[in-house]
Ligand binder design. Structure first.
Ligand code: AP5
Length: 209
């Protein structure tokens, strides 16, 4: 049977968001991205958004309590989900376990040079949120969204300095205990995320069977 309650783990730029969109459409379940949810709170200038913004701008994790409350609402009644960006530390993995049972955790592996290359060329539509890449996944017209026909923008945390900080603070320091947590539950699958978008997608699909 194909797993339907899935978490995607991996460093920034490993392609979690790109693959989450495809996997969620394939499985017919919602794609839940903590990064997207937080950016929307920031844009709407909510209380949560105002608190979260200073952590995001510095490339640090937003406090667990804020993110956990936000995610709980989306997951509690969902029959399935592709969770992208949560859990980010062991505490978050433990919190998630109190809300649902994760059937597969896919860990996207990729080198630092490729991370920087991908994130420096990432562009996002400010209206529909579609993610492009000027090198590997460009829009049809230069820096303009194919659907909304407006100018694409660069995420404010995609600067070389903040990228390095996100890799160190959010990934390198936190990932091992999370991998152990899911390994012990026999749901962890490693994915080579350095290939092109289609080959990573096929590997992720196989890992859910
Ligand atoms: P978030 O938005 O989750 O950022 P991230 O984890 O750093 O991940 P990214 O969105 O940068 O990368 P991705 O792996 O999704 O890659 P993508 O598919 O876009 O979080 C932002 C911030 O919110 C965090 O810094 C933190 O402050 C806060 N936050 C979020 N969750 C939190 C939590 N749980 N707890 C606390 N704080 C939290 O791909 C990247 C680029 O590469 C794109 O241009 C894409 O087109 C391209 N690409 C993708 N795949 C390939 C491929 N195979 N080959 C070539 N190019 C590719």
């Amino acid at each position: 049977m194909t797993a339907r309650r899935i978490v995607l783990l991996g460093p920034p730029g490993s392609g979690k968001g790109t693959q989450a969109v495809r996997l969620a459409a394939w499985l017919g379940v919602p794609h839940i991205s903590t990064g997207d949810l937080l950016r929307s709170e920031v844009q709407n200038r909510t209380e949560l958004g105002l608190q979260a913004q200073r952590f995001m701008d510095r490339g640090e994790l937003v406090p667990d309590a804020l993110v956990a409350e936000m995610i709980r609402k989306h997951i509690e009644r969902a029959p399935g989900f592709v969770l992208d960006g949560f859990p980010r530390n062991l505490r978050q993995a433990e919190i998630l376990e109190t809300v649902t049972v994760v059937e597969r955790a896919l860990h996207f592996q990729i080198g630092r040079n490729e991370i920087v290359r991908r994130l420096s060329a990432r562009r996002v539509c400010p209206q529909c949120g579609h993610v492009y890449n000027l090198i590997s996944n460009p829009p049809q017209r230069d820096s303009v969204c194919d659907e909304c026909h407006i100018a694409l923008v660069q995420r404010s945390d995609d600067t070389p300095e903040v990228i390095q900080r996100r890799i160190e603070v959010q990934y390198a320091r936190e990932i091992e205990p999370i991998l152990d947590f899911y390994r012990k539950r026999n749901v962890l699958r490693e994915i080579d995320a350095s290939g092109d978008i289609d080959s990573v997608y096929r590997a992720a699909q196989r890992a859910l069977e």
